[in-house]
Design a protein around this ligand. Sequence first.
Ligand code: SF4
Length: 893
Amino acid sequence: MSVVSSVCCYCGTGCGVLIETDAGMIAGVRGDPAHPANRGKLCTKGATLALSAAASGRVLYPALRTEKGAPRRRVNWGVALDHVAEKFRAVIQEHGPDAVAFYISGQLTTEAYYVFNKLAKGLIGTNNVDTNSRLCMSSAVAGYKVTLGADSPPGCYDDIDHAGTIFVSGSNTAYAHPILFRRIEAARKANPDLKLIVVDPRRTDTAAEADLHLAILPGTDVALYHAMLNVMLWEELIDRDAIAAHTEGWEALRDQVRDYTPEKMAPICGVAAADIVQAARWFAAGPTLSLYCQGLNQSSCGVDKNAALINLHLATGQIGKPGAAPLSLTGQPNAMGGREVGGLANLLSAHRDLADPEHRAEVARLWGVDTVPATPGKTAVEMFEAVRNGEIKAIWIACTNPAQSLPNQRLVHDALQAAEYVVVQEAFADTETVAFADVLLPAASWGEQDGTMTNSERCISRVHAAVPPPGEAHADWAIVTAFARRLVPGEGARLFPYDCAEAVFNEHRETTRGRDLDITGLSYALLDRAPQQWPFPEGASAGQPRLYADGAYPTASGRAHFHAVPYRPVAEAIDARYPLHLNTGRLRDQWHAMSRTGRVARLFAHADTPLLSMAPRDMELRRLNPGDLVRVKSRRGDVVVAVEASDSLRPGQCFLPMHWGARFMGGLGINALTLPTFDAMSKQPELKHAAVQVTKADLPWRMAALAVGDGAKLLDAVQPLLRACDYAAAGLAGRERDVLTLRLAHTQALPESLLTALDTALGLDDPLAVMHYQDRPRGISKRVRVESNKVVAARLTGETAAFEWLRDVVVDGTDAASLRNWMLAPVARPPAGGAGRGRIVCNCLNVAESDIVAAITAGADLTALQATLKCGTECGSCVPELKRLLAGNRAAA
Ligand code: SF4
């Protein structure tokens, strides 16, 4: 057994992990006590990384097809890269370099990001390189630049411990950055006077913890921040000295916010004027740390939202001091590293701007090329529009899943279908995007490649290869390097001389010399000893935890800029046809497109299907009951999901988790609904909001199935059924072994051939091993397979009442002897007991909501719950939910 340090590959908290390996396999993962981000803690996602590493479904060999629609055939690396090089050369020759594009990922290492960027901009001569970070952080980047002058988050995580007020805006930190939320909980425990303000249309678990929850109406953030500034002006809570000494543009902003009184903004924002006043006072009292994420960024005016929040920090002097800073939370593990190397269509290495001729000349000199092209490249949404209209002929997609994650999925699927040539560099064989690949290149995944990543607080950590990649997979930087050498023989080798990730890092490091993110004092050797924050110039002995303490900003004048803009509403207004605001967001135990978390069965235990959350009154109006299937329709597409009542939402609003795509549900996934309208400056689309209608889906034919086996293979097997039904939800369950769960509903019975194929795939086709019940006139057919007295597979068609308890019987491996008589019966719970446990709240210790509620009803408080059921005593991710259950069930009692 050996241990290798690395970083969690999910959110931008950037938790350090220790990977335990045994016989060349990842055997376990635990939090790294020495890492400053998490001090040994991990959330449910990080704690199950070893399970995701062990899962099947990897891309093991290069494969290609020469005809659209034909199956790909396995080839060796030489053939695959020659094929791609030949095609790219031909396209470039015929249509110019802007006819090719690269769509990459905030999950790549900084080194891989760097070589992709240099390949596109330095070797090929196109700026068509953009990334899924465009969907995540580009408004935060532009917000920093228009106010502070550089994409340099000024604060650090330790500010949580020094803050007097923590202002969380547009972030369900308890779900999306759980370990940071643990730090907030600890800071509040240590300092009971610490105020927590949460701005969120929903009463999330984060909002439920707040001293003040401002449940604003969707998209009204700028109106709120301006109203807070109006209060600060009236009550002389601003720092006039700091404004005079270190800023410019104050007068314009002051004049702008004059009309934004709390009384006028209260009905626009949907919050009480008194709460706006209270928020302004607590914010100004400080020290105030703002933590914010997609609620601000994923908006058609995301830059305005970011800048209007930073205005508050500048106006009150809440920046550059312990506990005082605007600190955007990064959605992806290395979105920051990608920004450092300029891996976006409008950026260049080391925070240089593509629009600046001097910056282009500097980068050309550093790279040893004549020029870097001046024409901005296509950003994420524009790139796929250009693929669809034929402007871009060949696209290379690496380590990301645009056929799930981009808005307006109909357009994205059409684009990939119509594309002349699609290269997909991926670790996982079953993502929605892989289906479109003409060439599939096997990439090393987390725990299999070397490099660095930078988290939300500018902290660079080393990621290490703990085990070799499977099959013929290679590190991402190595694939790009090999391709560059084939694409332009000679020149490719000169520009891409790297023989290891460290060589790439050293070149990247040199591009930062003299820049705001100067890391010339760093090396792999130093980073191997401990993660370091930038800037860290040559000769420095430590990084810089806080920026702008001296009031000097990296702008032409050295002063920060106030950003005076009016409030603008959401891009898509609700109307009589689409009367509901749809908010999309994250769940606690899934991450982004589920490419990795969707392989870990226990991560489905908290939420195993995508549910539409609605206010009870909206459900009553539509005569909906919890569990009913509904069609959610926007102007771009629709999905069918089950509905749940939620008192976290105001009437008129609904919520869907963003994770489910076509691999796990029917249709094109949640992003069939979202709109591609983007912020004019950051080009980040408004994934957070769409106007929708919700109607009951009348789907009388029902089917549900279960099977023990290899999760990835079973999910592969049921894909045709997902495509065939109006409603479909597939997922996994179980802890010690994978159990497929499948729920289907349709207007009419599926063709017998599909059911026969399903029975074969699930092992339900052996008449000697399967209990069978058939009622043809009523369209009911059921099959249950029992082996060694354990249920291992089941299909219930036409009537599915027993599904929930049968699932628990399969998951728990319950002795089936006493249940045999009931397995084929229409009973929602067997008389012998053993009703379904339902949702698991504490994933670490497998504690179900039903057990927790029973204990609360019997009088347990949080301490008693933790003492008896042990829930919330491991990673702590469920503690906010335990508190919510306590509050809700006590209120109900
Ligand atoms: Fe990973 Fe984020 Fe969880 Fe830390 S908080 S373990 S980085 S998912």
